[in-house]
Design a binder for this molecule. Structure first.
Ligand code: ADP
Ligand code: MG
Length: 732
């Protein structure tokens, strides 16, 4: 199709009939600037076409839509919200009573005397047998909206205008202030007539046939005006698949480019080193550890940079796996660095490696905050001249100004904040790229590893070292509070140590107690006489370090902490943990926290407290029924905590968390646009995601760089969408 005939697609919305300057601004707020934008502005839901009935003709127990003017509105307050009664009257003078319970007060504002509305509900009977509707859905009408019933009783409802084909479902679009469904419907009717036929299909016909994808014009028409949910699903499938496929193609191409363009040192695996490592640790490696050490060694033996993500639950023994990789690199004459997200963790790694290699000539240097300028200078020189083989530090510091002589391996511990990420730009000194090993204890749901982490190879430590102690978890209710603290105290008096985790350090966070006040309360109450200490994110690294040292040496028996203790801390004598306002945390994070206990030879105990909830109204919501959500949220929180108490399987909990709360920002998905999809949803559509991933791999293998002319449009779209984000450069 030539460009000229496609011009109407790119016409500004202003050129469509009925679009005023004001409408244009409203559309722009929704991101709709050109006619084609409307085509790709998909309904968020579909409803059966409403059945209209006058108030006088309403029937019991059938969903109907009627119309009326608000003539009376009353509320009565109760503790958890309010009950409201509204009476509507239509032109014939018939009246309808509607009621709501647990109504949040922000809803009241919409109830203005004389305001007209369409009322959709299934009427029931009140105590006296009169018609009553509870929690109807309301669509408020503007003054210039026509009435749904004209003089002769025929139905004419601009607010719910029938789109061109009457046997289709009624699409519901996202709206913005001042813009109404029927107005969008009118525009859609306009653009759907001819524009879909002008859109180029990215998929060749054979490809569509093979993968159950509708042609683009048909998909566009059906996604806006499906005859039924199945047809809508098929139309949606096409767009969801396309979105996923583009990302998967981009990832596959990027991988291919790395294979061709990036060079890394070949580090041959040395059995000798592995044997020595085994002699250095007082335990046998688990089968999973041995397997993963092998996977990493195989990667490092290739001339292409390793790009591997090691997932292993808390306590699964990732550190020794990292140590094995580091030793291999050092034995081959390369430098290695291990970076941690926090100073505490970096110091822990430094201590571990120093002890592990205490009788070897390998020099390990720390790069940490608070080092004297002179010390730091000496260390930097050692790294630059190659005297130091292993560097341990925080990410921030190492990325700043370190020159290596011959860097071969980078290990990044506890990384869950970047997915397909900008690699740290390290001055490797070799002219080649280093091998990358990224480790995380956050079990990552599969659909995330296929998208956000989609460019990484994955290793999984799915086996805990033997002799791990069980952790028993309970949800502590108000009534059980005293009992819990008695048990807590008894555990400490047995010589164990404990954590009390408090979600925020901020007093302004209403209802949430901060670390200090919790500490005061406990030291005056149930934990009186025990040695308590506090640690939180606002302390300097040195302060935190000092506290951790005291905790390790049992100077501190109970550590009151924010979630700064989440990552990596290993104090085997700590066996009991109390988590305040546990509902503030996701399951995955709770699991991380709980992983701090049960690390030694004693069983662990964890008590999770359900805090008070605060409720927020959804902004700008116009349509009832709303969800009286405070009570619901509470039930959901309790449900979540019960799931947590019932399982210690990190992968199970991560999948559950993901199902219940979505990806959120747990994995830093906000930081790079790659997981922001227009219509696809990595949770709901994970089957299509897996399909697209497999198809993309095949496609790129059969047509590297998508050079074939049949794939030209796909290639263009991949580049437009991901070229920059994934740094794809020239493809083909
Ligand atoms: P992770 O970083 O995966 O949470 P760590 O590497 O800190 O776990 O290991 C947790 C604890 O388990 C450490 O005290 C470590 O010494 C111990 N450990 C690791 N591997 C084994 C093993 N194969 N057998 C027994 N103990 C092990
Ligand atoms: Mg660790």
């Amino acid at each position: 199709m030539n460009d000229e005939s496609r011009a109407p697609l790119f016409a500004p919305v202003r050129s469509l009939p009925g679009v005023t300057a004001e409408r244009e601004r409203q559309l722009e707020r929704l991101g709709l600037v050109r006619a084609s934008d409307l085509l790709f502005f998909f309904p968020r839901a579909y409803r059966p076409r409403p059945r209209f009935t006058r108030i006088a003709d309403l029937e019991f127990d059938v969903e109907q839509t009627t119309y009326g003017r608000l003539i009376d509105f009353r509320t009565s307050n109760f503790r958890r919200g309010a009950a409201a009664t509204a009476v509507f009257e239509d032109d014939a003078g018939d009246r309808l009573r509607t009621v709501w319970f647990n109504m949040p007060s922000w809803m009241f504002r919409q109830f203005q005397h004389d305001r007209r509305a369409l009322i959709t509900a299934k009427p029931g009977k009140d105590k006296r047998g009169h018609l009553q509707v509870s929690h109807p859905a309301l669509v408020w009408l503007d003054d210039d909206d026509d009435l749904p019933f004209e003089g002769d009783g025929t139905v004419s409802t601009p607010a719910l205008e029938a789109p061109p084909e009457d046997d289709t479902l009624f699409p519901i679009y996202p709206l913005t202030e001042g813009l109404r469904q029927h107005q969008i419907h009118r525009l859609m009717k306009e653009v759907l007539e001819t524009l879909p036929d002008l859109v180029d299909d990215v998929f060749p016909a054979e490809y569509r046939a093979a993968h159950n994808l509708l042609p683009i014009a048909e998909a566009l028409r059906k996604i806006h005006l499906p005859k039924n949910e199945d047809e809508a699903a098929l139309a949606r499938r096409r767009f969801i698949y396309q979105e996923f496929l583009l990302l998967q193609l981009a990832l596959a191409i990027r991988r291919q480019q790395h294979e061709i363009n990036l060079k890394a040192p070949i580090i041959r695996p040395s059995e000798d080193i592995l044997l020595r490592l085994r002699r250095l640790v007082p335990y046998e490696l688990t089968g999973a550890q041995a397997r993963v050490i092998r996977e990493i060694a195989d990667d490092m033996a290739r001339p292409v940079p390793m790009n591997r993500l090691l997932q292993g639950d808390v306590g699964s023994g990732k550190t020794i796996v990292a140590a094995a990789a580091i030793l291999q690199a050092v034995a081959a004459g390369y430098q290695a660095v291990i970076m941690a997200p926090t100073e505490i963790l970096a110091r822990q790694h430094y201590r571990f490696l120093t002890r592990l290699l205490e009788h070897s000539p390998i020099e390990i240097v720390p790069l940490l905050g608070g080092q004297k300028v002179k010390t730091r200078q000496e260390i930097l020189e050692k790294i630059e001249c190659g005297a130091a083989s292993v560097v341990v530090g925080t990410q921030a510091i190492i990325c700043a100004d370190v020159h290596f002589r011959k860097l071969g391996l980078v290990v990044i511990d506890e990384q869950h904040k970047f997915g397909v990420r900008q690699r740290a730009r390290l001055k490797t000194g070799t002219g080649a790229d280093p091998h990358y090993l990224v480790m995380t204890a956050t079990p990552i749901p599969r659909s995330m590893t296929m998208t956000v982490f989609g460019d990484l190879d994955i290793s999984i430590l799915d086996q805990l070292p033997p002799g791990r102690q069980p952790i028993r978890t309970r949800v502590v209710t108000k009534e059980k509070k005293d009992e819990w603290w008695t048990d807590f105290r008894r555990e400490i008096e047995k010589g164990r140590q404990g954590y009390v985790v408090v979600p925020r350090v901020d007093e302004t966070d209403e209802g949430l107690k901060d670390v200090e006040s919790v500490c005061n309360e406990l030291s005056a109450g149930p934990l009186k006489g025990l040695r308590l200490g506090i640690i939180h994110g606002r302390m300097t690294p040195e302060e935190k370090d000092a506290v951790m040292a005291d905790f390790r040496s049992r100077e501190i028996e109970v550590l009151i902490a924010t979630s700064v203790i989440e990552v990596g801390i290993d104090v085997p004598n700590a066996t009991i943990m109390s988590i305040e306002n546990a509902n503030m945390f996701g399951l995955a994070q709770l699991h991380q926290l709980r992983g701090r206990i049960g690390r030694g030879k004693h069983p662990g105990y964890c008590g999770v407290f359900l805090g008070d909830e605060t409720e927020e109204a959804p902004p700008g919501q116009e349509t009832l029924p709303f969800s009286p959500s405070a009570a619901k949220t509470r039930v959901a929180s309790e449900e979540r905590l019960k799931i947590f108490a019932g399982s210690t399987d990190g992968f199970f909990l991560a999948e559950k968390d993901f199902e219940m709360r979505g990806p959120g920002d747990l994995f830093g998905t906000e930081q790079h646009g790659i997981s922001r999809f227009h219509i696809a949803d990595i949770l709901r559509d994970r089957k299509i995601l897996a399909e697209a991933r497999a198809d993309a791999a095949l496609l790129v293998r059969s047509d590297p760089g998508l050079a074939d002319d049949r794939h030209r449009r796909l290639r263009e779209q991949v580049l437009r969408r991901y070229g920059r984000a994934l740094n794809l450069g020239d493809v083909g």
